[in-house]
Design a protein around this ligand. Structure first.
Ligand code: NAP
Length: 244
């Protein structure tokens, strides 16, 4: 639980893992700003968060959108001291069939977008001399996954980014970690065929898909005061499907 109402910015908070993280951090006493790609869905996030926060628009590929978001946050509340870089997309294809567009869209959203938001938010954390950044990676960054070379490349890069940034900002009491979810029940995994889902389940020793709340609980720990000595790490939340 936070000492006081710190602002937590959660990207991609409209559904799935991001929505669960937003609800969990609100319950833990943070003022949450959660993002969606459209104003209509951002308004739904505001409704869901009630007095605990609000929704805002963010389109990660668009640098202007990042600036508008930060402007919106500064007009509403304190600068974020917690940043959860959760938003991410897939555009799966085997490499030989993958278009330049499918590659670029994923890397620009998942990796370049994360860079843009983190850089914009970091100044406030440096000033406050306290911060928590959690980047949402994926188990496939370590395992690999056929048909996801673009996505896996972006998620593996996020782990390296995390380690380097953690070293840059540790002296200011800012921790930077990656959460690597396994197979979690959200819209993203609902896109998989039944056969693909069954194959995934076979590989999970705990015998079930993860819930978004399982990931949110791990995020809640990493942003807590108690996790102040944990930085530059990847925390795997995958039911045992991959032992890092
Ligand atoms: P999801 O249900 O597909 O939700 C994606 C979220 O990202 C939505 O809030 C969406 O907003 C937002 N988003 C999409 N494109 C965006 C863009 N261009 N700019 C800004 N925001 C954008 O995904 P999820 O399954 O909850 O996954 C959340 C994170 O966990 C992702 O980084 C994903 O790679 C990672 N992950 C998921 C799993 C899994 O099994 N589900 C496993 C490992 C890692 P809109 O609603 O406005 O589209």
């Amino acid at each position: 639980m936070a000492d006081s109402k710190k602002t937590a910015l959660v990207t991609g908070a409209s559904r799935g893992i991001g929505a669960a993280i937003a609800q969990r951090l609100a319950a833990d006493g943070f003022h949450v700003v959660g993002t969606a790609t459209s104003a209509a869905v951002a308004a739904q996030i505001s409704d869901a968060l009630g007095d605990s926060g609000s929704g805002a628009v963010l389109v990660l590929q668009d640098a202007d959108s990042v600036q508008s978001l930060l402007q919106h946050v500064s007009e509403q509340t304190e600068a974020p001291q917690v940043l959860i870089n959760n938003a991410g997309i897939t555009r799966d294809n085997l490499l030989l069939r993958m278009s330049e567009e499918e590659w670029t869209e994923v890397v620009d959203t998942n990796l370049h977008g994360l860079f843009r938001v983190t850089k914009a938010v970091l100044r406030g954390m440096l000033k406050a001399r306290w911060g928590r950044i959690v980047n949402v990676g994926s188990v496939v960054a370590r395992m690999g996954n056929p048909g996801q070379s673009n996505y896996v490349a972006s998620k593996a890069a996020i782990e390296g980014f995390t380690r380097s940034l953690a070293m840059e900002v540790a002296s200011r009491n800012i921790t930077v970690n990656t959460i690597a979810p396994g197979f979690i029940g959200t819209d993203m995994t609902a896109e998989l065929t039944e056969e693909q889902q069954a194959l995934m389940l076979e590989r999970i020793p705990l015998g079930r898909m993860g819930d978004p709340e399982d990931v949110a609980a791990a995020v809640a720990y990493l942003v807590s005061d108690e996790a102040g000595y944990v930085t530059a790490q990847t925390l795997h939340v995958n039911g045992g499907m991959y032992a890092a």
